[in-house]
Ligand binder design. Structure first.
Ligand code: PRP
Ligand code: ZN
Length: 299
């Protein structure tokens, strides 16, 4: 693999971001074959290879220029940034774009039966977490002295084992908390996936592919909710119909053969189109309404 011309992107090997990350790259046109060791995916039609790793390792891999790019949660990025700063290392990797998946939050949770009077109640408590830097930062900004119990996993069982009074962990569906009789009381950080890049300048060819990749990601994210609407409408109803079309900019108006008072309206709607909208369009005089999915978009 030629390091000078091929981009290398780090992606979580197994976990909440894996499927969405690979799906995004595929939607951007990437076709890949799997390496023997299952750690690399080699791009067949783009100079882009995927390295599958633990998500917590991604910021370091990008910071150290082992990979040019990485897809990772804001929670991991933030933890790494604070960790580097604490070690006196200037964080150099750069966040390029937020991605439309991996939404979750880093939250404080107490045992179901415990009371929680607010952040002040954290004083002197033991809090178990795998995010010691973010938690320390949160406590320091509020001048709250608490003991951070840093664990490498299974944080949710720490209170039951008597190792902590409460926990600070990622919550997505909330089912882990429920299963462990814990109650969410405070959000520390809202998170979603993001793409990060190496601080090292990229060769021209790689830079060009990065630009194309980011543009395609933009396109993929835009079409997710987008719909193409076609309908017939009386000319007199056009202002009302334009108002009803969600998130559309300039509808195309096309004359219809054999009539002067009716036209065809075509529009890209950048928001989901619900049945209620169609009913309102019909009430405004529209007929023959079609809603089509948009597959690709390049703004
Ligand atoms: C997080 C967290 C919980 C679980 C919460 O781990 O530690 O175990 O997800 O999700 P839920 O609210 O949907 O039940 P994650 O899968 O991110 O593993 P990792 O921290 O090892 O990457
Ligand atoms: Zn992880």
């Amino acid at each position: 693999m030629d390091r000078a011309t091929r981009l290398k992107i780090a992606v979580q090997k197994t976990g909440r971001l894996t499927d969405n990350s690979l799906d995004l790259l595929q939607r951007c046109g990437l076709k890949y074959s799997r390496g023997k060791d299952q750690l690399m995916l080699f791009g067949e039609n783009m100079p882009l290879d995927v390295l599958l790793v633990r998500d917590d390792d991604i910021p370091d891999l990008v910071q150290q220029d082992v990979c040019d790019l990485g897809i990772v949660g804001r929670n991991v990025i933030e933890e790494a940034l604070l960790g580097l700063k604490a070690r006196g290392v200037t964080p150099l990797f750069e966040q390029l774009q937020l991605l439309d998946f991996g939404r979750c939050r880093l939250a404080l949770a107490v045992p179901e039966t415990a009371s929680y009077p607010g952040p002040e109640g954290l004083r002197g408590k033991r809090i178990a977490t795998t995010y010691p830097n973010i938690l320390a930062n949160y406590l320091a900004r509020r001048a709250i002295g608490a003991e951070i119990v840093t664990l490498s996993g299974a944080v949710e069982i720490a209170p039951r084992l008597g190792r902590a009074d409460l926990i600070c962990d990622l919550v997505s569906s909330g089912s882990t908390l429920v299963a462990n009789h814990l109650r969410e009381v405070e959000t520390i950080l809202e998170s979603q996936a993001a793409i990060i890049r190496t601080p090292v300048p990229l060769a021209q060819e790689k830079l060009e592919w990065l630009r194309r990749l980011l543009m395609r990601i933009d396109g993929v994210q835009q079409v997710k909710e987008s719909k193409y609407i076609m309908l017939h409408a009386p000319r007199s109803a056009l202002p009302e119909i334009a108002r009803l079309l969600p998130g559309s900019e300039f509808p195309t108006i096309i004359p219809l053969e054999g009539t002067t008072d009716k036209v065809a309206v075509h529009a890209v709607c950048r928001e989901n189109v619900f049945w209620e909208t169609l009913e309102s369009l019909k009430a405004a005089g529209a007929s023959a309404i079609l809603v089509l999915p948009v597959e690709k978009m390049l703004a």
